[in-house]
Write a protein that binds this ligand. Structure first.
Ligand SMILES: C[S@@+](CC[C@H](N)C(=O)[O-])C[C@H]1O[C@@H](n2cnc3c(N)ncnc32)[C@H](O)[C@@H]1O
Length: 275
């Protein structure tokens, strides 16, 4: 949904389903926020709830905290993206609409019949977009947050991918060690906080004849550094980890997925690995 009215007001916002999440400028207080929120509700008919973030993504499950400041008093919604539907509660699970391009980019890389392991699947976003736009044989979708897992179950049903997307509740490392060794053509690691620590398990789940790992990490760009310096730093770090662990690796692509703070960038690396 694209709400021109909010854009016009120059308020920073995200739309998740029918919830508008606005960023109230620091100099403005909550009352100004409520005025803006009510204006949004009156001008933008698709928005039913206006919320504002009170705590950024935190903890193991990377959940943010939002406060509803106008409209219906709820935080559950259904978000539509790339012909998929995602039911979720913004106060119980991680979700950002800002990775829409990244999800469809990955989906378009997937070859017919691939076995995929999504180590940090959330409510099923990447897995369901891949199932909708490509023809993998199976996508194992792991998440440790019981709320994310429950929404993933519902989203698999809603989008009708019960034959392709297999939801698994648990810690990705334990699940892989228990039952997903040497099976994947492609592994997704959309959790920067565990990228380096869990890379060995991504390698374990890859097939013996090799495959792709999509690693997401966060890098800080120091004063005077360019984005290319930052990419080189990431390539050096990951080469160090991979050098002693695998027979062959090649960085196929590295790009910024989103800027998440002052000189702070989330990046993705598509790495081809033969172990
Ligand atoms: C940044 S979110 C990404 C979710 C989803 N891929 C998306 O983009 O919407 C990371 C997810 O990893 C899950 N998680 C955290 N630690 C985990 C672990 N050890 N094993 C499996 N999932 C984990 C969190 O619950 C969260 O849903």
């Amino acid at each position: 949904m694209n709400c021109e009215n909010i854009k016009f007001m120059r308020v920073r916002y995200d739309i998740i389903g029918d919830i508008a999440i606005i960023k109230i400028p620091k100099r403005n207080d909550k009352e100004v926020g409520i005025l803006i929120a009510n204006h949004i509700l009156s001008k933008c008919k698709k928005v039913k709830v206006v919320a504002t973030q009170i705590k950024p993504a935190h903890g193991e499950y990377r959940v943010q905290k939002f406060e509803v400041i106008a409209g219906e008093n709820r935080t559950e919604t259904i978000h539509k993206e790339s012909k998929c539907f995602f039911k979720l509660d913004i106060n119980k699970v991680f979700f950002t609409p800002r990775l829409m391009y990244e999800r469809i980019r990955i989906a378009r890389l997937v070859n017919h019949g691939e076995v995929i392991v999504n180590m940090f699947a959330g409510v099923g976003t990447y897995s369901i977009v891949i199932a909708r736009h490509s023809k993998p044989s199976i996508i194992y979708s792991i998440d440790a947050n019981p709320d994310a897992y429950n929404y993933m179950l519902q989203n698999i049903e809603i989008n009708k991918f019960t034959n392709t997307v297999v939801p698994i509740l648990g810690d990705a490392r334990e699940v892989i060690m228990r039952k997903l060794i040497n099976i994947a053509n492609r592994v997704l690691m959309p959790l920067p906080e565990l990228a380096k620590a869990y890379l060995p398990y991504a390698i374990l789940t890859l097939k013996n004849d090799g495959g792709y790992v999509h690693v997401y990490d966060v890098y800080h760009r120091n004063r005077g550094e360019t984005i290319n310096d930052l990419f080189n730093k990431a390539i050096r770090d990951y080469s160090k980890i991979l050098n002693n662990k695998v027979k062959y690796f090649e960085f196929k692509l590295i790009r910024v997925t989103r800027k998440i703070g002052v000189r702070l960038y989330q990046i993705v690396m598509d790495i081809y690995i033969v172990k």
